[in-house]
Write a protein that binds this ligand. Structure first.
Ligand SMILES: [Zn+2]
Length: 209
């Protein structure tokens, strides 16, 4: 779902889209007059704004194709379609913003822990991930267990480390990861089986939200 409109920064810049967002906040950082904005994305941003009760600053909203290329955005970035925003809320961990955005079913949510911002978009389908450097660790959609390897395991290890573990983020679900999962399950009253399934995942995200 998307509801993309095209605006002029000069003519429509001060137009309010929702109670806390104006057109100009989504302008391309290269100074272009044309601004594409998906009003469905703005609705999500307003919900995030209401939840935290603090200003949501848009570091990057709409991007022209040329500007997107210049800043090293992925080709076909949702920013170039007006469907994405990179946001920062002063005093709020970007991880919490990401977990909340995922909780309200934003389709594309990427947490940048190093650069300390959260990307939110209205792509079709769902992509929830952590981005470190240029690597994406995607949220698992299946049960992870000892022996599982891959990006989903890196997501799990990265998230567990947010709780104070010091796991190697190597994408390999070994004994140390299993022990951490069991400890986590015990602490939060889940079945202690060392399997990282939907209940454990939901709880882990809730704890880190
Ligand atoms: Zn982005």
């Amino acid at each position: 779902m998307s509801n993309i409109k095209t605006y002029s920064k000069k003519k429509d810049g001060s137009t309010k889209l929702t109670s806390n967002f104006r057109v100009r906040e989504f302008a391309c950082n290269d100074g272009s007059d044309t601004i594409k904005i998906d009003l469905d994305n703005v609705k999500n941003l307003q919900q995030i704004r209401n939840h935290f009760g603090k200003a949501v600053n848009i570091n990057s909203g709409y991007r022209t194709v040329a500007y997107n290329k210049k800043v090293g955005g992925v080709s076909n970035s949702y920013h170039t379609k007006g469907q994405a925003a990179d946001i920062v809320i002063s005093g709020v961990n970007a991880r919490k913003v990401a977990m909340y955005a995922e909780n309200i079913s934003c389709h594309g949510v990427i947490w940048y822990p190093v650069k300390k911002f959260t990307h939110v978009d209205t792509r079709p389908g769902t992509f929830h991930a952590i981005c470190v450097g240029s690597t994406y660790y995607s949220e698992p959609t299946v049960t992870l267990r000892k022996g599982t390897k891959g990006s989903n395991v890196k997501w799990l290890q990265y998230m567990l480390n947010e709780l104070g573990y010091a796991l190697a983020v190597d994408g390999s679900f070994g004994s140390a990861t299993e022990t951490a999962v069991r400890e986590f399950q015990k602490k939060y009253g889940l079945t202690v089986d060392g399997l990282f399934g939907i209940k454990s995942r939901t709880k882990l995200k809730e704890v880190l939200m």
